[in-house]
Design a protein around this ligand. Structure first.
Ligand SMILES: Cc1cc2nc3c(=O)[nH]c(=O)nc-3n(C[C@H](O)[C@H](O)[C@H](O)COP(=O)(O)OP(=O)(O)OC[C@H]3O[C@@H](n4cnc5c(N)ncnc54)[C@H](O)[C@@H]3O)c2cc1C
Length: 301
C-alpha cells in the first residue's frame, strides 16, 4: 500500500460524515430500505439480479437481533411488492451466532420460512473462522427444512475442499469467495496466488458435484477461469451465477451480463453505513485508492 493510501485510511475516520458518505455512497445503497429498493430496481433494469444485505453484525442483545429479523421481513415484503429480482444475504452474528446458536437458528428459521412462502431465498454469509462450524450446521439444518437457503465458503480456508465434500448430495447452494477476515496461517492460505489456486480447485469441485454455485469475485483472472470452467464442464447458465459488490468494477459486471451470464450484485443498506464503510476501508486498504479518487473527484475506478 502506498504512503498516500495509508495516510488516507488512517485519517478518513476523522473526516466529517458527509465526506465519508461521498466515498461510501458508491458501495452502500443508503441508510433506508427504500434506498435499497431504488438501487435494486436500477440494477434490475441493467440486467443484474441483487441480494440485499442489512448492515450490522456482532449483535449482543436479543432485542436488537429481533429488530433485524423484523427489518429482514420488511425486505422480503418490499421485494415481493415491487416484483424485484433480488434475494437477501445476512450475517449470522447479527442474530447472535457465537453467543446463542439456537437463538440464531430460530431467527434464521423465521426468515427462511418467509423466504419459502414468498418463493425467495436466504443466503447466510460466512464470517470469521470462529463461526464456520456453527454457520454450516445451521445452513444444513435450515436447507433440509426449507430448501431455499444457501451459504458461503471461503477459498482462503484450508478446510474448504473438505467442506465441499461434506455438502448434501442434493440442493446445495454455495457462494464461493476468497474470504475477507484475517485468519491464522494454521487454518488459512495466505499467498495471493495460493488463494486464487484454491478458488479454482474449489470452484471446479463445486461445479463437478452439481452444486449451484455463486462465483463471488471481481478478480478478472478468476472470472476468466470460471467462464472457462463452466464452458468446458458444460454447466447450464441456470446452475451458476457471478456475484459482485455494489460499486465495484461495473465494467466487468456489464461484460458478463452482455455475454449472457447471470450476475447478482450485493446491495448493503442500513443506518450502520458509516461504521461499515470505515471498517471495509481498514480491512481492505486497497480500496483506499478508489476512495482517494472519489474524494478528490479524480473520477475513474
Ligand atoms: C457478492 C460477494 C459476497 C461476499 N460475501 C462474503 C462472505 O460471506 N464472507 C467473506 O469472508 N467474504 C465475502 N466476500 C468478500 C470476498 O471474500 C473478497 O474479500 C472480496 O470479494 C475481494 O476479493 P476478490 O475476489 O474480488 O479479489 P481481489 O483480488 O481482492 O480484488 C480484485 C479487484 O477487485 C477490486 N475490488 C475488490 N474488492 C473491492 C472493494 N470492496 N472495493 C473496491 N474494489 C474492490 C480491486 O480493484 C481488486 O484489484 C464477498 C464478496 C462478494 C463479491
Amino acid at each position: 500500500m502506498s504512503l498516500f493510501n495509508t495516510i488516507l485510511v488512517r485519517t478518513l475516520p476523522l473526516a466529517p460524515r458527509f465526506v465519508v458518505w461521498r466515498v461510501a455512497k458508491r458501495y452502500v445503497a443508503g441508510p433506508t430500505l427504500e434506498d435499497a429498493v431504488r438501487t435494486v430496481r436500477r440494477l434490475n433494469e441493467l440486467g443484474a439480479m441483487a441480494t440485499i444485505d442489512v448492515l450490522g453484525e456482532g449483535v449482543g442483545e436479543q432485542e436488537t437481533a429481533l429488530g433485524y429479523v423484523e427489518e429482514y421481513n420488511r425486505v422480503y415484503d418490499r421485494i415481493a411488492e415491487e416484483n424485484l429480482d433480488s434475494n437477501v444475504s445476512i450475517k449470522p452474528t447479527m442474530l447472535m451466532l457465537g453467543q446463542d446458536e439456537m437463538f440464531c437458528r430460530d431467527c434464521l428459521d423465521i426468515l427462511a420460512t418467509k423466504a419459502r412462502e414468498l418463493k425467495n431465498f436466504l443466503r447466510i454469509d460466512m464470517e470469521d473462522a470462529t463461526t464456520t462450524d456453527a454457520t454450516l450446521r445451521t445452513y444444513w439444518d435450515l436447507q433440509e427444512k426449507h430448501g431455499c437457503v444457501g451459504t458461503v465458503l471461503q477459498a482462503y480456508m484450508r478446510r474448504t475442499l473438505d467442506d465441499i465434500s461434506s455438502l448434501p448430495e442434493q440442493g446445495a447452494n454455495i457462494r464461493l469467495c476468497k474470504g475477507i477476515y484475517i485468519e491464522a496461517r494454521s487454518i488459512a492460505w495466505k499467498g495471493y496466488e495460493t488463494v486464487r489456486a484454491n478458488f479454482v480447485i474449489a470452484l471446479e469441485k463445486l461445479l463437478r458435484q452439481g452444486v449451484y454455485t455463486a462465483i463471488a469475485t471481481h478478480d478478472e483472472y478468476l472470472v476468466a477461469r470460471a467462464t472457462g470452467l463452466v464452458e468446458s464442464l458444460g454447466v447450464p447458465r441456470d446452475r451458476y451465477e457471478f456475484q459482485m459488490l455494489l460499486g465495484v468494477d461495473e465494467e466487468l459486471r456489464d461484460i458478463l451480463i452482455e455475454q449472457g451470464h447471470r450476475v447478482r450484485i450485493y446491495v448493503p443498506y442500513g443506518k450502520d453505513w458509516y461504521e461499515y464503510s470505515i471498517r471495509r476501508l481498514r480491512e481492505n486498504p486497497e480500496i483506499a485508492g478508489h476512495v482517494a479518487r472519489a474524494v478528490l473527484g479524480l473520477g475513474g475506478s
